[in-house]
Write a protein that binds this ligand. Structure first.
Ligand code: ADP
Ligand code: MG
Length: 684
């Protein structure tokens, strides 16, 4: 067969020989759309036909290859009895069974008194080894057709193993040579195979199943590298020249004086970094990472003050209406004795008001606009937007970030606020295009949340405890077990718990879960915020970022099902006001050692960064909060926990070499990991 052409690799699978309409539909059900997806669909196991097994050492149920002498063929003349061929080697006997094969054919492939190779699944019947309908029968000289390692792939309806393997082999055995995107030295030094050999090894050896094998590592590295290329290109496009902002921090100093607290050292440092960026002549593209309650909001408002002083507009966007409203109220309070004009825009703003806002943003009558995603609709134009801030933005991918920067225009600085402390490798992969500021300490007056654990069977002891808190006018979160990644099950468990608690505390309980739409969720949250209800039963949907200053008690059921970082986030919902926060973790009996370790970590520490690192060590990166929504799920092969060395290597390599993503050698790599589109979008 001929080598397949390079460009076929990125064509639809239906371009392959033997792949018709129906089959390509089935393949697409398995997310195999382009030919390259076949390359990246690694075997999960293999059938080893490479070793010849002596008959006395056969293992029942396994596919094995034997070398035997044909002794006798037996063709019964009674219907329904199978044809039987008796063979033997030096160590024993075996019967080869055929149900529907013709005598002539069998006599041909089983010549009496000759040695042959047979490969198939071993069974045991009437105290004899058997192979029924073997996969291969061949003479010794054709050994190489039988003796091999045959990869097994996860399949889907409509495709059988043999069919898929034929397609996959067709591609893998006919790959063209591809020009490397790394230097030879680099490959050699890191013990990497060249790209084509590497793909072949992944499919033809056990390497594809071992994430620490050298060929798997090369693939994972390629993936990380492609990801980093996108980030560095994004950065290059965004960090362009701008007119620098000039201000003397007059307004922000005034605000600072009016605050009932002093900024922490971390807050001051971060504000300083932001101010330097604002004053510089390249655009700011920065993410502020700070644990829940570290005081990011005030930092963003002080930055806004400086940008307003330098005569630009500012936009502050939050992921939900209720959070946006909280920011709006706070902003109005903070700027109350200034002439700064502040407006609020969400999807719910009525049309007339919306029209006015659109007009005033365009003619510059509004200084600060606060709202939800609606802020970045097409219709909205700013007179001179100088700063766009996105709060709690872990739902934002690289692509959305660059779109936002584009929308903001040339003089718009961009600031993201993230409350999800994440480990370094994840940070690199998610925000490698941005500068990073960290708020490491929390306001010192904040009381540390008291974390307790309790077995679920003692749940009845809680009712009087809760009652005591309700009498003190406190509010309570009750987070329900996460049974499985199923919103239906989560819903049913939350609903059941709601019924129980509602009976004990009638008219005081609300329910919120993933099956509610956004508007309904916000309605319940508002009720809780206005203290119309005192207990909020929920699944894990409670929003990040919202201040419920009155909530001081959170009870988390089935706590061992959550990741540490997630528990930490949940716990951060309480103790945000004056009151002492308390978190009670409920557990089922019989906790594993690991689970006990995790509880200890939580009780001991309230440092989100430390907890995130521990979480990743104990559970793997997949469980860290925000993971599902974040761009990191794009990693199919690389794993920030076990491939940390590769992430660091990629970072060093990119920093050391001046890389132009548009060089043609990168096209293949970028297309392979579906990154080409992101790179090509135009940002000015
Ligand atoms: P987050 O970083 O989670 O967004 P917020 O900005 O909502 O945190 O701040 C949480 C609370 O801490 C707010 O009530 C805020 O007024 C208060 N706060 C912020 N900075 C300080 C500080 N330096 N000292 C005391 N309290 C502070
Ligand atoms: Mg916040």
């Amino acid at each position: 067969m001929n080598l397949i052409k390079k460009d076929i690799i990125f064509s639809d699978v239906s371009k392959l020989k033997g792949v018709g309409k129906q089959l390509s539909k089935y393949l697409k059900n398995r997310k195999i759309e382009k030919v390259k997806d076949i390359l990246l669909n690694l075997p999960y196991s293999e059938t080893d036909r490479s070793t010849i097994v002596a008959l006395k050492k056969l293992e029942i149920g396994k596919i094995q290859t034997i070398r035997v002498l044909v002794k006798k063929l037996n063709f019964p003349r009674i219907r329904n009895l199978p044809n039987k061929i008796i063979c033997e080697d030096e160590t024993g006997k075996i019967e080869i069974i055929y149900f529907n094969s013709r005598e002539g054919y069998l006599r041909k492939i089983f010549p009496i008194n000759e040695w042959i190779l047979i490969s198939g699944k071993i069974s045991y019947f009437n105290k004899k080894y058997q192979i029924t309908n073997p996969d291969y029968v061949t003479t010794l000289d054709k050994e190489k057709y039988v003796k091999k390692i045959i990869p097994k792939y996860t399949l889907t309806k409509g495709i059988n193993e043999k069919k898929y393997r034929l397609i996959s082999e067709q591609v893998i055995e006919n790959l063209p040579d591809i020009k490397e995107w790394y230097e030879d030295d680099f490959l050699k030094k890191n013990n990497f195979l060249n790209w084509k050999e590497n793909i072949i090894a992944l499919h033809k050896t056990k390497d594809g199943q071992n994430s620490l094998s050298k060929s798997y590592k090369r693939l994972a590295f390629d993936e990380i590298y492609a990801n980093f290329l996108v980030l560095s290109e994004n950065r290059r496009k965004i960090k362009k020249k701008k007119e620098n902002k000039s201000f003397k921090s007059v307004i922000s100093n005034m605000i600072l004086k009016s605050l009932p607290f002093e900024l922490t050292k971390s807050q001051k440092n971060v504000l300083n970094e932001i101010n330097l960026d604002l004053k510089s002549d390249t655009r700011m593209f920065r993410v502020v990472q700070g644990d829940v309650g570290s005081g990011k909001t005030i930092v963003s408002l002080l930055s806004i003050a400086n940008v307003i002083e330098s005569k630009y507009q500012c936009a502050l966007m939050a992921p939900t209406e209720i959070l946006a409203k909280q920011h709006f109220d706070l902003t109005k309070k903070i700027f109350f004795n200034t002439k700064i004009k502040i407006e609020f825009l969400t999807g719910k703003t009525d049309l007339k008001k919306k029209g006015e806002i659109i007009k005033d943003l365009k003619n510059g009558n509004i200084d600060i606009i606060i709202g939800t995603h609606s802020l970045f609709q097409k219709k909205i134009d700013f007179k001179n937007l100088g700063l766009a801030i996105i709060d709690e933005q872990h739902k934002f991918g690289v692509k959305q970030r660059s779109e936002l920067a584009k929308k903001g225009g040339n003089s718009c600085d961009v600031l993201l606020m993230s409350a999800t402390p994440i480990p370094r490798t994840m940070m690199m992969s998610l925000y490698g295009d941005m500068d990073i500021s960290k708020i490491l300490e929390k306001p010192s007056k904040r009381k540390k949340i008291i974390t307790l654990s309790k077995p679920e069977k003692k749940i009845d002891e809680l009712w009087s405890f809760i009652n005591k808190h309700l009498n003190l006018d406190n509010q309570v979160f009750w987070v329900c077990p996460l049974i499985k990644e199923s919103s239906f099950l989560d819903y049913s468990s939350a609903k059941k718990k709601f019924d129980i608690i509602n009976k004990k505390f009638p008219n005081k309980v609300g329910l919120i879960h993933g099956a509610l739409d956004k508007a309904e969720k916000e309605k319940v949250l508002k009720k809780f915020l206005k203290k119309e209800i005192s207990i909020l039963v929920s699944t894990t949907v409670i929003e990040v970022g919202i201040d419920f200053p009155n909530a001081n008690l959170i009870i988390i059921e089935n706590a061992n099902k959550f990741g540490l970082a997630q528990l930490h986030q949940l716990r951060g919902r309480v103790g945000r006001g004056e009151k002492q926060g308390i978190c009670i973790l409920l557990f089922k009996d019989g906790l594993s050692k690991n689970a006990i370790k995790r509880i200890k970590t939580l009780k001991k520490s309230d440092d989100g960064f430390y907890i995130a690192e521990e979480d990743m060590r104990l559970r793997g990166f997949g469980d860290i909060i925000g993971y599902q929504q974040s761009g990191i799920k794009n990693f199919k092969f690389a794993n920030p926990v076990i491939h940390e060395d590769l992430f660091l290597l990629a970072e060093r390599y990119i920093k050391k070499n001046s890389i132009d993503v548009n060089e043609s050698k990168y096209t293949f790599l970028l297309k392979l990991f579906d990154k080409a589109e992101i790179i090509n979008q135009n940002i000015d």
